[in-house]
Design a binder for this molecule. Structure first.
Ligand SMILES: CC(C)(COP(=O)(O)OP(=O)(O)OC[C@H]1O[C@@H](n2cnc3c(N)ncnc32)[C@H](O)[C@@H]1OP(=O)(O)O)[C@@H](O)C(=O)NCCC(=O)NCCS
Length: 339
């Protein structure tokens, strides 16, 4: 284990498996509503390939128990491209801020990113979080994009506006199914694998139309898609809607839209990805998402995140969050989903 002793009575070191409990406690000191436990964090880390964590702890006399006062995490960004872009997350104990802990963690993670051949490092902060914005600006980050969280009040949603959508699709030969039904109908392991691969192919192609500050990549590898999406314990297979075009041989998939349960937030569902193949988008057959509200009667809320690249100068009065891009020391300048 490599340990860097920083000034100010603390040390930054690699994360160890025994740190999960301390990390949860640290997150709760930062945010008392933080609802993940150590098992959730472990699961997140297992699913996130290539994740790097560093922690800061008080320097303590030998034999005394150490105390985590900060944590930082690096995750690869991209759609299957070689990971040259990384996202940075930092949290410092509220009682220990403005003493260089965040800066030391950031430097350690910048160094880890450079070791991995990174060209870009991205941080994220709410636009109301003046400390984080000042921190990122001081370290050379410049604004790249803003994102908004959209919340749908399902109880107040009026499905009447979309009443004819499924019928219109059916008239055009397109049927809406669910992943749950497709997997049951598939029957054999071989057929199940074929459905999963077709879903993956559909998402890889349709996500190319999603606005992104990142250059297009080859798409998420199948194995990673299975691990991070299809085998996510929060995925709702009966809320995973698929559109099949029965006018074509083999009734290929044309679109998808899926939901996750929000961990420990009862009554809340999260929107995963919604995508339609370009040829169907042009034909204005984009109605599959109307079914997304069907599995959540009784008023759960559905959340979705949207990101839009911005090239104009930032207007801090708009949007609810900022994405930033940074200069990675030595890596040239600049150019761009947990704790
Ligand atoms: C953002 C955060 C990680 C900074 O950690 P920190 O240990 O306080 O940061 P440092 O002491 O290394 O601060 C370095 C510089 O950042 C800037 N900064 C940090 N906090 C600031 C604040 N509250 N107001 C103004 N500037 C601030 C200052 O320029 C500071 O240098 P200075 O103290 O010499 O003026 C910490 O506030 C935090 O954990 N916030 C909650 C989590 C979060 O928002 N993370 C998003 C960042 S990815």
């Amino acid at each position: 284990m490599s340990t860097t002793v920083a000034t100010g009575g603390f040390a930054v070191r690699d994360f160890a498996d025994s740190d999960y409990g301390g990390l949860i406690a640290l997150h709760r000191r930062d945010d008392p509503t933080f609802h993940w436990d150590a098992a959730d964090l472990r699961r997140f880390d297992r699913r996130s390939g290539g994740l790097v964590r560093r922690v800061a702890e008080d320097r303590v006399a030998e034999g005394r128990r150490s105390h985590l006062i900060g944590s930082g995490m690096l995750t690869a960004i991209g759609r299957g491209a070689p990971p040259q872009r990384y996202k940075l997350n930092l949290v410092v104990d509220p009682a220990r801020r403005r003493r260089g802990v965040g800066g030391a963690l950031c430097a350690a993670l910048e160094s880890a990113a450079l070791d991995r051949g990174a060209s870009h490092l991205r941080g994220e902060a709410q636009e109301t979080n003046a400390a984080a914005l000042a921190f990122l600006a001081k370290r050379g980050f410049v604004e790249l994009s803003r994102s908004w969280e959209s919340v749908l009040d399902v109880a107040a949603f009026d499905p009447a506006r979309f009443a004819g959508a499924e019928g219109r699709l059916a008239a055009a030969g397109i049927a809406i199914t669910t992943l749950a039904d497709e997997l049951v109908d598939a029957g054999s392991e071989h057929a199940i694998e074929a459905v999963r691969r077709a879903v993956h192919d559909l998402e890889v192609v349709s996500e190319r139309d999603e606005p992104s500050p990142d250059p297009p990549g080859p798409g998420t590898a199948y194995e990673a898609y299975v691990r991070c999406t299809l085998e996510d314990p929060n995925l709702l297979p009966d809320g995973f809607f698929l559109a099949r075009d029965h006018t074509k041989d083999g009734a290929p998939l044309a679109g998808l839209s899926y939901l996750f349960a929000a961990e420990k937030q009862s009554g809340v569902l999260k929107q995963g990805f919604t995508g339609v193949l370009p040829e169907y988008t042009r034909a204005k057959r984009r109605s599959s998402s109307t079914r997304c509200t069907a599995p959540c009667p009784g008023g759960p809320r559905r959340r979705t995140r949207a990101a839009t690249p911005r090239s104009a100068s930032p207007d801090p009065s708009r949007g609810t969050g900022t994405g930033r891009r940074s200069r990675c020391p030595g890596g040239g300048v600049t150019p761009r989903r947990p704790p």
